[in-house]
Design a protein around this ligand. Structure first.
Ligand SMILES: [Ca+2]
Length: 150
């Protein structure tokens, strides 16, 4: 219950009184804890064995953390400018970038991702890029499996 309250309060911007209401629905199978953990607070998550996030939850958490790690370097801390995007691509998508010879690649990616044309990439736009790359990787993966006849 304590864990649930910690998880809910800051993310929803609610006071402790409202937070208590949510935790009253806590079930023994820790389903409520799962929900609360989706608030992705920095470093406040309980790490007991029964409270470990799933791999998919960790993947989502990682995407959020990585985005914010780079977006907070300059200017708007919730958006990637071109420099921040370039750094993220270079450090986090090393393989992807290394096989791309186009010197204008970052500009092109920026233009493609920047759906609202504010010269910044927000989290929504970033997720679209990661999703597109993930789909491409999966297509390749499936193709390889088919070739092997599996
Ligand atoms: Ca920024």
């Amino acid at each position: 219950m304590e864990i649930g309250m910690e998880g809910v309060q800051p993310a929803c911007g609610m006071g402790s009184k409202e937070g208590v209401v949510v935790t009253e629905t806590t079930s023994p199978d820790s389903g409520e804890e799962r929900t609360c953990r989706m608030t992705f607070q920095d470093g406040t998550r309980s790490q007991s064995a029964a409270d470990m996030p799933t791999q998919l939850e960790m993947a989502m958490d990682t995407m959020i953390r990585i985005f914010h790690h780079y977006s907070c370097k300059e200017g708007d801390r919730f958006k990637l400018n071109k420099g921040e995007l370039k750094l993220l691509l270079q450090r986090e998508l090393t393989e992807f970038l290394s096989c791309q010879k186009d010197p204008q690649l970052v500009d092109k990616i920026m233009q493609d991702l920047d759906a609202n044309k504010d010269n910044e990439v927000d989290f929504n736009e970033f997720v679209v890029m990661v999703a597109a790359l993930t789909v491409a990787c999966n297509d390749y993966f499936v193709e390889q499996l088919k070739k092997k006849g599996k």
